[in-house]
Unconditional design. Structure first.
Ligand SMILES: [Zn+2]
Length: 119
């Protein structure tokens, strides 16, 4: 899939760095969710966390996971701020193609959202 931002300037993102930021408890939860969405996004913008859970990613400095209620609250806030797409949930965060695109090798599917190939 060719990268196309309709003429907007764009550059590459180091997804490993975004994953580290997502795990960094110094950042507010709502932004950590946005970092996780980009850090784990596949070629259709869906993130399944490669065997991790969002709770493990968002653990505090002592390793305690946020409550499901607090995670859902932060996901709702991230949607309100336009950081992630409305179909995002605790199992799969979705980032907009206006924000993030990825080509080449990688997954084009999401079982959580029933995407078998492309959108
Ligand atoms: Zn998905």
């Amino acid at each position: 899939m060719a990268i196309n931002f309709n003429g907007d300037p764009w550059g590459g993102v180091n997804q490993a760095a975004e994953r580290r930021r997502a795990k960094d408890p110094r950042h507010p939860l709502v932004y950590r969710i946005s970092f996780a969405a980009i850090g784990w996004a596949n070629n259709v913008g869906h993130s399944r966390f490669d065997g991790l859970t969002l709770g493990k990613i968002l653990a505090d400095e002592r390793g305690n996971e946020p409550s499901r209620q607090n995670m859902n609250k932060a996901i709702r806030k991230a949607k309100q701020l336009g950081l992630i797409e409305p179909e995002s949930n605790v199992r799969c965060l979705v980032v907009s193609r206006r924000t993030f695109q990825r080509g080449g090798r990688g997954s084009y599917i999401c079982q959580e959202h029933g995407i078998s190939r492309g959108r």
